[in-house]
Write a protein that binds this ligand. Structure first.
Ligand code: FAD
Length: 398
């Protein structure tokens, strides 16, 4: 895969120019809401086609090693990549979980696993889900009970996962299972790459208040996982989980700041159309949204920089996750406030003239982001981590 174009030596302007040429040829201008299918399966197919196009032209995974199909760009060029994509309103990557699992595979996977999994992961030929949470193990993840028993050259896995994003569409699950004795906590957990098409896997979609089914409940009944698909050592899965959660809370959000800069632009337009830019309270809320989007972008750069220097995101990830969750909730609250009753209306001329998005995207975003302070660890857990590990308040209290 080293025959892929190497854009490492380009200047920021040269990279932006090359990317714009590619986008002009392959991306039909901004992706208007009306052209993005709203049905989940069709939307996914649409996003996967785009991701494959990016990969085939050497424009996917800007920060990942070139050896596995990424671009291996330095941070300053990654930022250019994210900015141009956001400005062109390209489809959102369908593989957020893949981009969370990927760094953990890179850190803990065997050479054979990297060879097997990374290319189809980046191209989204195969989708991944993250099987951590269970009905009685969310914030207290170390109490999980799904069991993996070694039997020759396979682990036999039995248990139940819940709130597993995209499990109904996934080909692989990064699954945490207990290999140590009951009650062994974090020290008895192993990470496995589990084939979602294997006998004994049953994923049932769970409908949420947006009307869609973002996640699923997954039953694992004596599922056989080859030992060769164990990620890291037996009983050493906690380190894999921590690395994965670190990326979920931070680097996977790296491009979000850029995209949200664009979305706040939409919000300002909406405020203008609704005649809501003179009131001091509205102006204050709008200024805050613009400022927070910029802060989010800088935080993303900061954590990416740390990872590129060879580190893991660490507790800083909790700062970014919390910042991101509160920002996107506030943004959509403001948008629905500006729209008033129009937020809830489907396409109509009056509705569009009032600044509604054709497919009710602001309202859907409002409903979807209620979960932002729960997923990837609740806001309470993030605040505790920040207090403890970033600010050192536990030490201060002693
Ligand atoms: C949209 C969405 C997508 C998700 N996707 C995935 C996924 O793909 N894979 C996956 O494995 N999981 C996923 N999850 C699950 C998510 O990680 C858990 O919901 C989360 O960790 C909280 O766990 P819980 O639901 O069991 O709540 P609990 O841990 O039972 O918490 C309930 C409440 O108690 C509070 N609480 C608990 N412990 C403490 C404490 N020590 N101090 C202070 N307050 C505390 C919590 O903050 C919360 O308010 C997803 C969740 C959502 C909402």
């Amino acid at each position: 895969m080293t025959d892929r174009p190497d854009r490492n030596g380009l200047s920021a302007d040269e990279l932006a120019a090359e990317l714009r040429v590619f986008l002009a040829e392959h991306h039909p201008g901004r992706t208007p809401p009306a052209t993005v299918p709203t049905a989940a399966a069709e939307r996914l197919a649409f996003q996967r086609t785009w991701q494959a196009t990016l990969f085939d032209h050497g424009w996917a995974a800007p920060g990942w090693p070139r050896r596995w199909g990424g671009m291996g760009l330095p941070l300053r060029l990654q930022a250019v990549h994210h900015r141009e994509m956001a400005l062109a309103r390209t489809p959102v990557a369908p593989s957020r979980i893949g981009y969370i699992v990927g760094p953990s595979l890179l850190a803990y996977g065997t050479e054979a696993q990297l060879e097997r999994f990374l290319r189809p992961l980046i191209r989204t030929d195969e989708l991944w889900c993250q099987g951590f949470s269970e009905p009685d193990a969310g914030s207290d993840l170390a109490s999980l009970r799904t069991r993996a028993v070694l039997d020759g050259d396979v682990y036999r896995v039995t248990g139940r996962k819940v709130w597993t994003s995209g499990a109904q569409f996934a080909d692989w699950m990064l699954c945490l299972a207990r290999t140590g004795p009951a009650g062994s906590g974090a020290a008895g957990i192993t990470a496995l790459a589990l084939d979602m098409h294997a006998p004994g896997v049953n994923a049932r979609p769970l409908r949420d208040m947006t009307g869609g089914a973002h996640f699923a409940e997954v039953e694992l009944d004596d599922v056989r996982v080859p030992v060769a698909y164990r990620v890291g050592d037996e009983n050493a899965g906690w380190a894999v989980a921590r690395a994965t959660l670190g990326h979920e809370r931070s680097t996977s959000l790296a491009s979000a700041g850029m995209r949200y800069r664009r979305v706040t632009g939409d919000l300002l337009e909406l405020a203008q159309r609704r005649g809501r830019t003179d009131d001091p309270y509205d102006r204050d809320a709008l200024a805050r949204a613009v400022t927070d989007a910029r802060l989010l972008e800088w935080s993303g750069q900061r954590v990416l920089g740390r990872v590129l220097e060879g580190g893991e995101p660490g507790p800083l990830a909790s700062v970014i996750r919390l910042q991101h969750a509160l920002f996107e909730q506030g943004l959509h609250e403001l948008a629905t406030d500006l729209l008033g009753p129009h937020a809830a209306l489907a396409a109509s001329e009056a509705h569009l003239a009032a600044g509604g998005k054709q497919d009710g995207a602001w309202l859907r975003g409002f409903l979807r982001t209620r979960a932002s302070t729960i997923g990837a660890g609740t806001a309470e857990i993030q605040r505790t981590t920040i207090a403890d590990k970033v600010l050192g308040l536990r030490e201060v209290g002693r």
